[in-house]
Every structure is written in C-alpha cells, then in structure tokens.
Design a protein around this ligand. Sequence first.
Ligand code: PHE
Length: 346
Amino acid sequence: MLEKLDALHTDFKAQIVNCTKQADVLNLKSQVLGKKGALSEILKSLKDATPEQRKEIGPVSNNIKQDIEKSVQAKLTEIEIGEVNAKLAENKIDFSLRESLIENGLTASGMHPVHKIQREVEDIFLSMGFDVLDGPHIEDDFHNFEALNIPETHPARDMQDTFWFRDMKHLLRTHTSTIQVRGMESRKPPFKFVGPGKVFRCERTDTTHEMCFHQLEGMMVGKDITVGNLIYFMKTLLKEIFKKDMEVRLRPGFFPFVEPGFELDIRWKKPDLKKGESEHSGWLELLPCGMVHPNVLRAGGIDPDEYNGFAFGLGLDRLVMVRYAIEDIRHLHSGDLRFNKQFKSF
Ligand code: PHE
C-alpha cells in the first residue's frame, strides 16, 4: 500500500507541472483527492490492514494529502498571476501620454510660458537665499483680507472682486499675499521667501484682465530693512529676467498691507511702437510693493517694534506678456496648443 501511495504521489507531481489552466489543476485534484479519487481507492483497502500497518499508513497518506493540497494551491496562484501579467502586457497603457505630449509640443522644452517664467523667477530667488512657499487656492477671510490689514468693512475690499463661497467665509484667493500671512505664521524672523501661484478675481475679461492669473509674492523680514534693500532685490530680479540692467522708478501706490506702498515701473519698449516714437516712450507698471504694515506683522505674530520688512507682488502673466510681446492675456489661458507650441524653443 505504501508503494501505491508513493506511486500516486509521484504521478501527481509529474502531472501538475504540465497543467496550464486552472480547470486542469482542479480536475487533477478531484481525480486524486475526490470522493471517488485515486487516494480514496487506495485507502479502501485499509480495512484489511493490521493495526500496525494502519498506524504507519495513516500519517503517510495524510502527509501526501497535505502536500497535494499545497501544490494545487500554489499551482492555481501561479496560473492566476501568469494570466494577469499576460493581460496587463496585452493592454499596456502609457499613462505619461508621452507620444501625445511630444506630438503637441508639450514636452519639457514646450512648457507653458507662465510656468516657465515662474520656475525661472523661483530659481532667481532661490539663488538669493529666498525659500519658495506654497499656499491653498481656497482661503479663509483671515488669510486673504483680515490679516492683511483689510478688516471686514474696509473699502479696500472692493479693490479685489472676489469669488466667495456660499458660507461667505471662504473664497478663492484674490492674491498670493495669503502666502505672506502663512509664511509669517510658520517661521521666525529673519526670513525671506516667495510664494507663487494662481489667483482668482471676479473680473470681466479683456485683453489685460483674466479671472484667473498668476502672481508671485515675496517678503523679507528682519532688523532694519529699508526701501533700499527692496529696490536692490527688485533690480537684481529684473536684470536676471531681462538679461540687462533695467531702469526703474517708484511711484506711491496704495495697498492696505504696506506702508509706504509703491508701484515699481520699468522703462520698456512697447510692442506696437508707433513711427517716430522713442524706444523709451513708456513706463510699465510691473511690481506693486512696499514696507510691510505693522498691523500685518502683528497679525503674523511678529513684533513690529523689533522687526520690519518689505513685500512685493509680481504679476507672472504680465511678465510673460512683456517678455514675448503678447497683446492679449487671454491667449495664455486659451488652452490652444498652437499658442503653446510657439514657446517650444524658448
Ligand atoms: N497683493 C497685491 C495685489 O494683488 C500686490 C502687492 C503685494 C502689493 C505685495 C504690495 C505688496 O494687488
């Protein structure tokens, strides 16, 4: 009987390696272990065996049974994995859409001009020791207005047409100055950082206005910071962007979160230069800035008697328009690949 069991085991092992379908494995299992299977057949003659023989055969047949069950399970899993892998290989999906990106000029060299300039400006500030911070698009009243010295009833709120949520407590941020507030909350002076990102205003769109555009806010806080420091950093930034020294001027400008506040203009060549018009005919308003208002420092947990600083906001879409002489801001958000493709080689 022991030989018979042994033969059955060997025979089973030889057969299972050749199974390629789960159904074959299950058939084989029932042929061997089923009620009318080969093992039961052999064990039928157990009734004629002596008690010693039974003692010997019992554990052997149990071991064989367990081994067969294990092999069946392993084989079933092996076949299943093989089938899944084969299916995956058949329906391979390239999630990177690489071919389509290349076709449409959207590989790294064809990045959207706003994002390209954003990264460029970030790199310039990183090289000057600034951190780059991020902030949420959905903001609360405190971070967008209150902490920036624009209390609830202040008329300055009207300067920024706002997309409010129904609860009238949350809004789509109207400027990246929210990142100023969040930056102050999370660090101790001295510090300097920039915060780029999308901002949203309930604007009627035209060639220079969009409902969604991009800003890059910057802030430096420390001891005895002056307007001279502000001008130095802005001129260095502009020189890096335009690859030449830029002539700048400061005009007074009102923003509730800075005092004094300025509009920084650059001399620039207009794209539609009229005949006889000087190349230096225009000043372009580029950068609102100023010294951080003491109330803003206070709201950010900083003692204004000990520290001061400057802040500025840079319109990234505006910068792209100036650099590439684009006449309508709406091109930037059109999603028209013919527009994007033009920046492939920049
Ligand atoms: N947050 C202002 C705006 O969007 C710009 C600004 C930033 C002005 C920092 C001054 C200082 O209009």
